[in-house]
Design a protein around this ligand. Structure first.
Ligand code: NDP
Length: 315
């Protein structure tokens, strides 16, 4: 049978390119988990994904009710779940003030981390039940949260500190809107959320790989300077960033190439190892990359897991 893969944020950028790459193999049915139904339908059509290869299902990661509703809807579809790709993200680098999710969590961490944390925890049971040969749970990471890289050292740097802001509810009322308890900074909140994504993947691996055989992975697909991720940035940045990445840092990849990379992490037999953060070299060959000290701190991962469980109502 065909594999069934859920991809969050498949209405644009990397998620859409990955949906296209997987659908084109004829071996996957893609569930596009998106907050904007019409946009997702139009996006699927615009890249030529054929009708029988995808289903759009509503998911707004900035609402935990919506996450639970999505899981219900998916289960009622009767499809088994063979792979889950947590890809959606918001990036608010120019925001002066924090904005919040339905439950009152700062929006970047609330969407990118907490929404995906609940989603992947709930869907873990569905993955376990699947009889597919290869079961995978992928959380898209980034170089920007990784302070052992050049890009990860551009200030403001990611830093989760002792998680006091997160433990306090990340609500800007009786706690800071930042995980480390500091002043709000939109660019840092995004990087922090990506560190959470990479820590969560490793904690999943430690807790569930041996028992379930599921492959847990993260990746840095390359700098896809053309996606909607940068839509909130100042206009000059949006003009200069793609050529800068293409000609100066040479980290640039097209959406199509990045989509093929993520599709490999979903289905290639050679990328079946669990607990790995994948990257690609200049020749587009994959390799197991090193994470920064904070992004591979097992004690912090455990604490993040426990605090996140409380915030999303799992503990
Ligand atoms: P895009 O902005 O193009 O895509 C982000 C997707 O997330 C969109 O489909 C968007 O939906 C969706 N989304 C945002 N908020 C929500 C929400 N509340 N509920 C459901 N979906 C939501 O960016 P990219 O494709 O670049 O980003 C994809 C992933 O790649 C992210 O995890 C990002 O961190 C990562 N990444 C990107 C890099 C880059 O250079 N671009 C580099 C490294 C990692 P909508 O279409 O409705 O806005």
């Amino acid at each position: 049978r065909k594999g069934n893969v859920i991809i969050t944020g498949a209405s644009s950028g990397l998620g859409l390119a990955t949906a296209k790459a997987l659908a084109d193999t004829g071996k996957w049915h893609v569930i596009m988990a998106c907050r904007n139904f019409l946009k997702a339908e139009k996006a699927a059509k615009s890249v030529g994904i054929t009708k029988e290869n995808y289903t759009v299902m509503h998911l707004d990661l900035s609402s935990l009710d919506s996450v639970r509703q999505f899981v219900d809807t998916f289960r009622r579809s009767g499809r088994p779940l063979d792979a889950l790709v947590c890809n959606a993200a918001v990036y608010l680098p120019t925001a002066k003030e924090p904005t919040y999710t339905a439950e009152g969590f700062e929006l970047s961490v609330g969407t990118n981390h907490l929404g995906h944390f609940l989603l992947s925890r709930l869907l873990l049971d569905d993955l376990k039940k699947s009889d597919y040969e290869q079961k995978r749970l992928i959380i898209v990471g980034s170089i920007t949260g990784n302070t052992n890289t050049l890009a990860g050292n551009v200030p403001p740097k990611a830093n989760l500190g002792d998680l006091r802001g997160l433990a306090g509810g990340l609500n800007g009322l009786n706690s800071s809107a930042m995980i480390d308890g500091g002043e709000f900074d939109g660019a840092k909140a995004y990087k922090d959320s990506k560190v959470c994504n990479m820590l969560t993947m490793q904690e999943f691996h430690r807790r569930f790989h041996d028992e379930s055989g599921i492959t847990f992975s993260s990746l840095y697909p390359g700098c896809i300077a053309t996606t909607g991720l940068f839509r909130e940035h100042i206009p000059l940045f949006r003009i200069l960033f793609p050529p800068f990445q293409k000609y100066i840092t040479k980290g640039y990849v097209s959406e199509e190439e990045a989509g093929k990379r993520l599709a490999q992490v979903v289905s290639d037999l050679s990328l079946a190892k669990s607990g790995v953060y994948w990257s690609w070299n200049n020749k587009s060959a994959s390799f197991e990359n090193q994470l920064s000290q904070e992004a591979s701190d097992a004690e912090k991962a455990r604490k993040l897991w426990e605090v996140s469980e409380k915030l999303v109502g799992l503990a």
